[in-house]
Design a protein around this ligand. Sequence first.
Ligand SMILES: Cc1ncc(COP(=O)(O)O)c(C=O)c1O
Length: 450
Amino acid sequence: MSKDAHNHHVEESYRRYDEALKLIPGGVQLLSRRPQLYAPGVTPPYVSHGKGYRIWDLDENEYVDWMMSVGALILGHADDEVDDPVIEQIRRGTAFSVSHPVELELAQELVETIPCAEMVRYCKGGGEANAIAVRIARGFTGRDKVLFCGYHGWHDWYLAANLADDDVLSSHLLPNITPRGIPQGLKGTALPFRYNDLDSLETMFKRNQDEVACIILEASRGASQPAPGFLEGVRELATAHGAVLIFDEVVTGFRLAMGGAQEAFGVVPDLATYAKAISNGYAMGAVVGRKEVMSVAGEMFISSTYWSDTVGATAALATIRAMKRRNAIAHISTVGRRLQEQFNQSAAAYGVPLKAVGRPQQVAITYTDGAPDAYKKQMKDYFVQEMTYRGFFTSFGFNPSYAHNDAAIDATAAAWDEVFSLTADALQKNDWAQRLHGEGSVALFTRLVG
Ligand SMILES: Cc1ncc(COP(=O)(O)O)c(C=O)c1O
Protein backbone atom coordinates (compact mmCIF):
# COMPACT_ATOMS: atom_id res chain seq x y z
CA MET A 1 0.00 0.00 0.00
CA SER A 2 1.38 3.36 -0.98
CA LYS A 3 1.90 6.07 1.60
CA ASP A 4 2.56 9.27 -0.25
CA ALA A 5 2.62 11.06 -3.56
CA HIS A 6 5.97 9.51 -4.54
CA ASN A 7 4.79 5.95 -4.84
CA HIS A 8 1.09 6.48 -5.55
CA HIS A 9 0.38 6.07 -9.26
CA VAL A 10 -3.04 6.49 -10.78
CA GLU A 11 -1.96 7.51 -14.30
CA GLU A 12 -3.76 4.66 -16.09
CA SER A 13 -7.01 5.49 -14.30
CA TYR A 14 -6.77 9.17 -15.29
CA ARG A 15 -5.80 8.32 -18.88
CA ARG A 16 -9.09 6.41 -19.16
CA TYR A 17 -10.98 9.21 -17.42
CA ASP A 18 -9.63 11.78 -19.90
CA GLU A 19 -10.73 9.51 -22.77
CA ALA A 20 -14.15 9.06 -21.16
CA LEU A 21 -14.65 12.81 -20.90
CA LYS A 22 -14.51 12.95 -24.71
CA LEU A 23 -17.12 10.22 -25.19
CA ILE A 24 -19.33 10.34 -22.10
CA PRO A 25 -20.77 13.75 -21.12
CA GLY A 26 -19.55 14.45 -17.60
CA GLY A 27 -17.36 11.32 -17.75
CA VAL A 28 -19.55 9.23 -15.43
CA GLN A 29 -23.11 7.92 -15.10
CA LEU A 30 -23.57 8.83 -11.43
CA LEU A 31 -22.59 12.22 -10.10
CA SER A 32 -20.98 10.75 -7.01
CA ARG A 33 -18.59 8.67 -9.13
CA ARG A 34 -16.79 11.87 -10.22
CA PRO A 35 -13.25 11.98 -8.85
CA GLN A 36 -13.85 15.69 -8.10
CA LEU A 37 -15.88 14.56 -5.11
CA TYR A 38 -12.93 12.72 -3.58
CA ALA A 39 -9.31 13.89 -3.94
CA PRO A 40 -9.08 14.67 -7.66
CA GLY A 41 -5.77 13.61 -9.16
CA VAL A 42 -5.18 11.22 -6.25
CA THR A 43 -8.33 9.09 -5.91
CA PRO A 44 -8.62 6.70 -8.87
CA PRO A 45 -11.63 7.34 -11.13
CA TYR A 46 -11.52 3.74 -12.35
CA VAL A 47 -11.46 0.43 -10.55
CA SER A 48 -10.64 -2.95 -12.05
CA HIS A 49 -12.11 -5.42 -9.55
CA GLY A 50 -13.17 -6.04 -5.98
CA LYS A 51 -13.60 -8.86 -3.48
CA GLY A 52 -14.95 -8.65 0.05
CA TYR A 53 -13.92 -5.25 1.45
CA ARG A 54 -11.06 -4.72 -1.02
CA ILE A 55 -10.85 -3.09 -4.46
CA TRP A 56 -8.01 -2.74 -6.97
CA ASP A 57 -7.61 0.17 -9.39
CA LEU A 58 -6.20 0.14 -12.93
CA ASP A 59 -2.70 0.94 -11.65
CA GLU A 60 -2.79 -2.10 -9.35
CA ASN A 61 -3.19 -0.17 -6.12
CA GLU A 62 -5.17 -2.07 -3.52
CA TYR A 63 -7.63 -0.28 -1.23
CA VAL A 64 -9.83 -1.07 1.74
CA ASP A 65 -13.15 0.12 0.34
CA TRP A 66 -15.34 2.09 2.76
CA MET A 67 -17.68 3.45 0.08
CA MET A 68 -18.90 0.05 -1.21
CA SER A 69 -20.50 1.21 -4.46
CA VAL A 70 -22.05 4.21 -2.70
CA GLY A 71 -23.67 1.92 -0.15
CA ALA A 72 -25.06 -0.77 -2.45
CA LEU A 73 -22.67 -3.55 -1.39
CA ILE A 74 -24.15 -4.45 1.95
CA LEU A 75 -22.52 -7.90 1.91
CA GLY A 76 -19.30 -6.81 0.20
CA HIS A 77 -17.85 -7.15 -3.29
CA ALA A 78 -18.53 -10.33 -5.26
CA ASP A 79 -20.30 -12.24 -2.49
CA ASP A 80 -20.56 -15.90 -3.54
CA GLU A 81 -23.89 -16.52 -1.83
CA VAL A 82 -25.43 -13.86 -4.11
CA ASP A 83 -23.32 -14.37 -7.22
CA ASP A 84 -23.68 -18.16 -7.47
CA PRO A 85 -27.49 -18.22 -7.83
CA VAL A 86 -27.31 -15.20 -10.15
CA ILE A 87 -24.78 -16.93 -12.42
CA GLU A 88 -26.87 -20.10 -12.38
CA GLN A 89 -29.95 -18.10 -13.35
CA ILE A 90 -28.02 -16.29 -16.10
CA ARG A 91 -27.26 -19.71 -17.64
CA ARG A 92 -31.00 -20.52 -17.54
CA GLY A 93 -32.11 -17.28 -19.17
CA THR A 94 -32.28 -13.69 -18.01
CA ALA A 95 -35.50 -12.40 -19.58
CA PHE A 96 -38.63 -13.81 -21.16
CA SER A 97 -41.82 -12.53 -22.76
CA VAL A 98 -43.84 -13.58 -19.72
CA SER A 99 -42.94 -13.55 -16.03
CA HIS A 100 -40.60 -15.86 -14.11
CA PRO A 101 -41.54 -17.24 -10.67
CA VAL A 102 -38.57 -15.55 -8.96
CA GLU A 103 -40.60 -12.34 -9.24
CA LEU A 104 -43.34 -13.82 -7.07
CA GLU A 105 -40.90 -15.44 -4.65
CA LEU A 106 -39.21 -12.07 -4.07
CA ALA A 107 -42.58 -10.37 -3.54
CA GLN A 108 -43.40 -12.92 -0.82
CA GLU A 109 -40.01 -12.33 0.83
CA LEU A 110 -40.44 -8.52 0.77
CA VAL A 111 -43.97 -8.73 2.22
CA GLU A 112 -42.64 -10.92 5.05
CA THR A 113 -39.72 -8.59 5.74
CA ILE A 114 -40.97 -4.98 5.43
CA PRO A 115 -43.68 -3.67 7.80
CA CYS A 116 -45.66 -1.58 5.27
CA ALA A 117 -45.35 -4.10 2.40
CA GLU A 118 -48.59 -5.73 1.29
CA MET A 119 -47.96 -5.38 -2.44
CA VAL A 120 -44.83 -4.90 -4.50
CA ARG A 121 -43.62 -3.48 -7.84
CA TYR A 122 -40.10 -3.66 -9.28
CA CYS A 123 -37.78 -1.42 -11.24
CA LYS A 124 -34.02 -0.98 -11.64
CA GLY A 125 -32.89 1.78 -9.29
CA GLY A 126 -33.68 4.24 -6.53
CA GLY A 127 -34.61 7.32 -8.55
CA GLU A 128 -36.87 5.16 -10.67
CA ALA A 129 -38.52 3.61 -7.60
CA ASN A 130 -39.25 7.09 -6.24
CA ALA A 131 -40.68 8.25 -9.59
CA ILE A 132 -43.01 5.23 -9.53
CA ALA A 133 -44.02 5.81 -5.90
CA VAL A 134 -44.81 9.48 -6.54
CA ARG A 135 -46.78 8.52 -9.68
CA ILE A 136 -48.79 5.99 -7.65
CA ALA A 137 -49.44 8.57 -4.90
CA ARG A 138 -50.66 11.07 -7.49
CA GLY A 139 -52.84 8.39 -9.10
CA PHE A 140 -54.25 7.33 -5.74
CA THR A 141 -55.09 10.82 -4.48
CA GLY A 142 -55.83 12.58 -7.77
CA ARG A 143 -53.61 15.42 -6.47
CA ASP A 144 -50.39 16.86 -7.94
CA LYS A 145 -48.18 18.36 -5.24
CA VAL A 146 -45.31 16.60 -3.50
CA LEU A 147 -43.81 17.72 -0.18
CA PHE A 148 -40.30 16.41 0.24
CA CYS A 149 -37.05 16.69 2.07
CA GLY A 150 -33.86 14.88 1.17
CA TYR A 151 -32.39 13.61 -2.07
CA HIS A 152 -34.60 11.40 -4.23
CA GLY A 153 -32.93 10.92 -7.63
CA TRP A 154 -32.82 12.60 -11.01
CA HIS A 155 -36.40 12.55 -12.31
CA ASP A 156 -38.52 15.51 -13.41
CA TRP A 157 -41.02 15.30 -10.53
CA TYR A 158 -38.14 15.99 -8.10
CA LEU A 159 -35.86 18.43 -9.94
CA ALA A 160 -39.00 20.50 -10.62
CA ALA A 161 -38.33 21.86 -7.11
CA ASN A 162 -35.39 23.82 -8.51
CA LEU A 163 -37.70 25.75 -10.88
CA ALA A 164 -38.83 27.84 -7.90
CA ASP A 165 -37.89 31.54 -7.95
CA ASP A 166 -37.33 31.55 -4.22
CA ASP A 167 -33.57 31.65 -3.76
CA VAL A 168 -33.85 30.17 -0.26
CA LEU A 169 -34.03 26.94 -2.22
CA SER A 170 -30.53 27.23 -3.55
CA SER A 171 -29.15 26.42 -0.12
CA HIS A 172 -31.87 23.93 0.70
CA LEU A 173 -31.98 22.08 -2.59
CA LEU A 174 -29.32 21.16 -5.08
CA PRO A 175 -26.62 23.79 -5.27
CA ASN A 176 -24.96 23.87 -8.66
CA ILE A 177 -27.61 21.71 -10.27
CA THR A 178 -29.83 23.71 -12.58
CA PRO A 179 -33.32 22.53 -13.51
CA ARG A 180 -32.25 22.70 -17.15
CA GLY A 181 -34.44 20.36 -19.20
CA ILE A 182 -37.23 20.28 -16.60
CA PRO A 183 -40.55 21.59 -18.01
CA GLN A 184 -41.52 24.99 -16.58
CA GLY A 185 -45.04 23.65 -16.30
CA LEU A 186 -43.92 21.58 -13.29
CA LYS A 187 -43.06 24.69 -11.29
CA GLY A 188 -44.69 24.62 -7.86
CA THR A 189 -45.34 20.86 -7.88
CA ALA A 190 -42.41 19.73 -5.66
CA LEU A 191 -42.07 21.70 -2.44
CA PRO A 192 -39.34 21.22 0.16
CA PHE A 193 -39.84 21.14 3.91
CA ARG A 194 -37.13 21.04 6.58
CA TYR A 195 -36.10 17.80 8.24
CA ASN A 196 -37.05 17.62 11.93
CA ASP A 197 -39.33 20.66 11.53
CA LEU A 198 -42.97 19.64 11.82
CA ASP A 199 -44.06 23.29 11.77
CA SER A 200 -42.58 23.77 8.31
CA LEU A 201 -44.45 20.68 7.12
CA GLU A 202 -47.71 21.85 8.66
CA THR A 203 -47.30 25.26 7.04
CA MET A 204 -46.83 23.58 3.67
CA PHE A 205 -50.05 21.64 4.15
CA LYS A 206 -51.95 24.81 5.09
CA ARG A 207 -50.64 26.66 2.04
CA ASN A 208 -51.55 23.77 -0.25
CA GLN A 209 -54.82 22.59 1.25
CA ASP A 210 -56.22 19.50 -0.53
CA GLU A 211 -53.51 19.63 -3.18
CA VAL A 212 -50.82 17.44 -1.61
CA ALA A 213 -50.54 13.94 -3.08
CA CYS A 214 -47.67 12.77 -0.88
CA ILE A 215 -44.85 13.45 1.53
CA ILE A 216 -41.55 11.77 0.65
CA LEU A 217 -38.50 11.72 2.90
CA GLU A 218 -35.64 9.63 4.19
CA ALA A 219 -36.41 8.74 7.80
CA SER A 220 -32.76 9.37 8.67
CA ARG A 221 -29.49 10.01 6.90
CA GLY A 222 -25.95 10.20 8.23
CA ALA A 223 -25.78 12.97 10.80
CA SER A 224 -29.50 13.76 10.42
CA GLN A 225 -31.40 11.63 12.90
CA PRO A 226 -35.10 12.01 13.74
CA ALA A 227 -35.89 14.12 16.80
CA PRO A 228 -38.30 12.41 19.21
CA GLY A 229 -41.80 12.57 17.74
CA PHE A 230 -40.73 13.87 14.32
CA LEU A 231 -41.50 10.79 12.24
CA GLU A 232 -44.67 10.11 14.24
CA GLY A 233 -45.73 13.72 13.59
CA VAL A 234 -45.07 13.36 9.85
CA ARG A 235 -47.20 10.19 9.88
CA GLU A 236 -50.06 12.01 11.65
CA LEU A 237 -49.95 15.02 9.31
CA ALA A 238 -50.01 12.77 6.24
CA THR A 239 -53.04 10.88 7.55
CA ALA A 240 -54.83 14.04 8.65
CA HIS A 241 -54.44 15.63 5.21
CA GLY A 242 -55.16 12.53 3.14
CA ALA A 243 -51.63 12.49 1.69
CA VAL A 244 -49.66 9.32 1.00
CA LEU A 245 -46.55 8.96 3.19
CA ILE A 246 -43.54 7.59 1.29
CA PHE A 247 -40.30 6.62 2.99
CA ASP A 248 -37.36 6.68 0.61
CA GLU A 249 -35.50 3.63 1.91
CA VAL A 250 -33.01 3.52 -0.96
CA VAL A 251 -30.18 3.96 1.57
CA THR A 252 -31.81 2.90 4.85
CA GLY A 253 -33.40 -0.27 3.44
CA PHE A 254 -31.62 -3.52 4.39
CA ARG A 255 -29.10 -1.38 6.27
CA LEU A 256 -30.70 0.10 9.41
CA ALA A 257 -32.75 -3.08 9.82
CA MET A 258 -34.02 -5.81 7.50
CA GLY A 259 -37.35 -3.96 7.48
CA GLY A 260 -35.54 -0.64 6.91
CA ALA A 261 -35.98 2.65 8.74
CA GLN A 262 -39.66 1.93 9.28
CA GLU A 263 -38.70 -1.06 11.42
CA ALA A 264 -35.79 0.77 13.10
CA PHE A 265 -37.92 3.79 14.07
CA GLY A 266 -41.29 2.04 14.42
CA VAL A 267 -43.19 4.40 12.08
CA VAL A 268 -44.94 2.76 9.14
CA PRO A 269 -45.39 4.69 5.88
CA ASP A 270 -47.95 3.94 3.14
CA LEU A 271 -45.29 3.31 0.51
CA ALA A 272 -41.54 2.71 0.63
CA THR A 273 -38.88 2.56 -2.05
CA TYR A 274 -35.81 0.33 -2.17
CA ALA A 275 -32.69 -0.04 -4.33
CA LYS A 276 -28.94 -0.15 -3.50
CA ALA A 277 -28.52 -2.74 -0.70
CA ILE A 278 -31.57 -4.76 -1.79
CA SER A 279 -29.46 -6.65 -4.34
CA ASN A 280 -25.80 -6.21 -3.33
CA GLY A 281 -24.64 -4.54 -6.54
CA TYR A 282 -27.08 -5.81 -9.18
CA ALA A 283 -29.55 -3.42 -10.83
CA MET A 284 -32.75 -3.66 -8.85
CA GLY A 285 -35.34 -1.44 -7.24
CA ALA A 286 -38.69 -1.95 -5.55
CA VAL A 287 -41.75 0.01 -4.48
CA VAL A 288 -43.72 -1.63 -1.71
CA GLY A 289 -46.73 -0.52 0.31
CA ARG A 290 -50.24 -0.79 1.57
CA LYS A 291 -52.60 -2.73 -0.67
CA GLU A 292 -55.14 0.09 -0.90
CA VAL A 293 -52.55 2.48 -2.35
CA MET A 294 -50.42 0.01 -4.33
CA SER A 295 -53.33 -1.65 -6.10
CA VAL A 296 -54.02 1.58 -7.99
CA ALA A 297 -50.79 0.86 -9.91
CA GLY A 298 -52.65 -1.99 -11.64
CA GLU A 299 -54.89 0.58 -13.31
CA MET A 300 -52.06 2.97 -14.23
CA PHE A 301 -49.41 2.77 -16.94
CA ILE A 302 -46.25 1.80 -15.04
CA SER A 303 -44.41 -0.68 -17.23
CA SER A 304 -40.92 -1.49 -18.53
CA THR A 305 -39.19 -4.48 -20.19
CA TYR A 306 -36.24 -5.01 -17.84
CA TRP A 307 -38.19 -4.58 -14.63
CA SER A 308 -38.88 -8.31 -14.81
CA ASP A 309 -35.43 -9.61 -15.70
CA THR A 310 -34.42 -12.58 -13.57
CA VAL A 311 -31.00 -11.21 -12.58
CA GLY A 312 -32.11 -8.36 -10.31
CA ALA A 313 -34.83 -10.41 -8.62
CA THR A 314 -32.53 -13.41 -8.08
CA ALA A 315 -29.85 -11.14 -6.65
CA ALA A 316 -32.35 -9.45 -4.32
CA LEU A 317 -33.75 -12.73 -3.08
CA ALA A 318 -30.27 -14.15 -2.49
CA THR A 319 -29.09 -10.95 -0.76
CA ILE A 320 -32.05 -10.77 1.60
CA ARG A 321 -31.82 -14.46 2.48
CA ALA A 322 -28.05 -14.29 2.99
CA MET A 323 -28.45 -11.25 5.25
CA LYS A 324 -31.04 -13.00 7.36
CA ARG A 325 -29.04 -16.23 7.56
CA ARG A 326 -25.87 -14.39 8.63
CA ASN A 327 -27.60 -11.90 10.93
CA ALA A 328 -25.77 -9.32 8.83
CA ILE A 329 -27.29 -6.16 10.34
CA ALA A 330 -25.85 -7.04 13.77
CA HIS A 331 -22.36 -7.49 12.29
CA ILE A 332 -22.60 -4.28 10.23
CA SER A 333 -23.73 -2.35 13.33
CA THR A 334 -20.76 -3.68 15.32
CA VAL A 335 -18.35 -2.70 12.55
CA GLY A 336 -19.87 0.81 12.38
CA ARG A 337 -19.82 1.27 16.14
CA ARG A 338 -16.16 0.26 16.34
CA LEU A 339 -15.36 2.64 13.47
CA GLN A 340 -17.06 5.52 15.25
CA GLU A 341 -15.29 4.79 18.52
CA GLN A 342 -11.86 4.48 16.90
CA PHE A 343 -12.34 7.56 14.74
CA ASN A 344 -13.47 9.71 17.64
CA GLN A 345 -10.68 8.48 19.92
CA SER A 346 -8.05 9.14 17.30
CA ALA A 347 -9.40 12.58 16.30
CA ALA A 348 -9.61 13.62 19.96
CA ALA A 349 -6.09 12.32 20.72
CA TYR A 350 -4.59 14.56 18.01
CA GLY A 351 -6.93 17.49 18.64
CA VAL A 352 -8.44 17.29 15.16
CA PRO A 353 -11.91 18.89 15.15
CA LEU A 354 -13.75 16.03 13.44
CA LYS A 355 -16.17 13.45 14.73
CA ALA A 356 -17.93 10.36 13.44
CA VAL A 357 -21.69 10.51 13.98
CA GLY A 358 -24.94 8.94 12.78
CA ARG A 359 -26.20 5.41 13.08
CA PRO A 360 -23.41 2.84 13.02
CA GLN A 361 -24.70 1.30 9.79
CA GLN A 362 -24.14 4.62 7.98
CA VAL A 363 -21.32 6.59 9.53
CA ALA A 364 -20.96 10.28 8.69
CA ILE A 365 -18.06 12.58 9.56
CA THR A 366 -18.80 16.09 10.72
CA TYR A 367 -16.77 18.96 12.13
CA THR A 368 -16.89 19.54 15.86
CA ASP A 369 -17.94 22.94 17.20
CA GLY A 370 -15.08 25.33 16.89
CA ALA A 371 -13.58 23.70 13.78
CA PRO A 372 -11.99 26.59 11.85
CA ASP A 373 -14.35 27.47 8.96
CA ALA A 374 -11.43 28.69 6.89
CA TYR A 375 -9.83 25.22 6.81
CA LYS A 376 -12.81 22.87 6.69
CA LYS A 377 -12.49 22.10 3.01
CA GLN A 378 -8.73 21.64 3.29
CA MET A 379 -9.19 19.25 6.20
CA LYS A 380 -11.61 17.13 4.19
CA ASP A 381 -9.46 17.11 1.05
CA TYR A 382 -6.34 16.31 3.06
CA PHE A 383 -8.11 13.50 4.90
CA VAL A 384 -9.28 11.87 1.65
CA GLN A 385 -5.89 12.38 -0.03
CA GLU A 386 -3.85 10.94 2.81
CA MET A 387 -6.20 8.01 3.35
CA THR A 388 -6.02 7.26 -0.39
CA TYR A 389 -2.20 7.25 -0.27
CA ARG A 390 -2.43 4.74 2.57
CA GLY A 391 -4.71 2.41 0.62
CA PHE A 392 -8.19 3.40 1.85
CA PHE A 393 -11.00 4.33 -0.51
CA THR A 394 -13.05 6.73 1.54
CA SER A 395 -14.74 10.07 1.65
CA PHE A 396 -16.25 11.91 4.62
CA GLY A 397 -18.32 8.90 5.62
CA PHE A 398 -18.28 5.12 5.73
CA ASN A 399 -20.64 2.43 4.52
CA PRO A 400 -19.82 -0.59 6.65
CA SER A 401 -20.68 -3.94 5.09
CA TYR A 402 -20.86 -7.54 6.21
CA ALA A 403 -17.46 -8.11 4.57
CA HIS A 404 -15.61 -5.62 6.80
CA ASN A 405 -13.88 -7.21 9.77
CA ASP A 406 -11.53 -6.37 12.63
CA ALA A 407 -8.50 -6.44 10.32
CA ALA A 408 -10.06 -3.77 8.08
CA ILE A 409 -11.01 -1.64 11.09
CA ASP A 410 -7.60 -1.96 12.76
CA ALA A 411 -5.76 -1.04 9.56
CA THR A 412 -8.08 1.94 9.06
CA ALA A 413 -7.67 3.11 12.65
CA ALA A 414 -3.85 2.94 12.33
CA ALA A 415 -4.07 5.10 9.20
CA TRP A 416 -6.33 7.63 10.98
CA ASP A 417 -3.65 8.02 13.67
CA GLU A 418 -1.06 8.91 11.02
CA VAL A 419 -3.40 11.19 9.08
CA PHE A 420 -4.67 13.03 12.15
CA SER A 421 -1.13 13.58 13.33
CA LEU A 422 -0.37 15.22 9.97
CA THR A 423 -3.65 17.15 10.10
CA ALA A 424 -2.83 18.53 13.54
CA ASP A 425 0.49 19.72 12.15
CA ALA A 426 -1.22 21.31 9.14
CA LEU A 427 -3.74 23.08 11.35
CA GLN A 428 -0.88 24.55 13.33
CA LYS A 429 1.30 25.55 10.38
CA ASN A 430 -1.48 26.45 7.98
CA ASP A 431 0.58 25.11 5.09
CA TRP A 432 -2.26 23.34 3.27
CA ALA A 433 -1.18 24.53 -0.17
CA GLN A 434 2.09 22.59 0.13
CA ARG A 435 0.36 19.49 1.41
CA LEU A 436 -2.57 19.20 -0.98
CA HIS A 437 -1.50 17.52 -4.21
CA GLY A 438 -4.67 17.39 -6.32
CA GLU A 439 -6.90 20.22 -7.52
CA GLY A 440 -9.10 19.93 -4.43
CA SER A 441 -12.62 18.55 -4.25
CA VAL A 442 -15.66 20.33 -5.60
CA ALA A 443 -18.94 20.41 -3.68
CA LEU A 444 -21.06 19.43 -6.66
CA PHE A 445 -23.91 18.17 -4.66
CA THR A 446 -25.44 18.68 -1.26
CA ARG A 447 -27.66 16.09 0.33
CA LEU A 448 -31.09 17.40 1.09
CA VAL A 449 -32.09 15.86 4.35
CA GLY A 450 -30.91 18.63 6.63
C1 LIG B 1 -32.07 8.52 -0.61
C2 LIG B 1 -31.83 8.26 -2.05
N1 LIG B 1 -32.88 8.17 -2.87
C3 LIG B 1 -32.73 7.91 -4.19
C4 LIG B 1 -31.47 7.75 -4.73
C5 LIG B 1 -31.32 7.49 -6.19
O1 LIG B 1 -31.06 6.15 -6.40
P1 LIG B 1 -30.39 5.66 -7.76
O2 LIG B 1 -29.04 6.31 -7.82
O3 LIG B 1 -30.35 4.17 -7.66
O4 LIG B 1 -31.29 6.14 -8.87
C6 LIG B 1 -30.35 7.81 -3.90
C7 LIG B 1 -28.99 7.64 -4.45
O5 LIG B 1 -28.00 7.96 -3.84
C8 LIG B 1 -30.53 8.09 -2.53
O6 LIG B 1 -29.47 8.21 -1.72
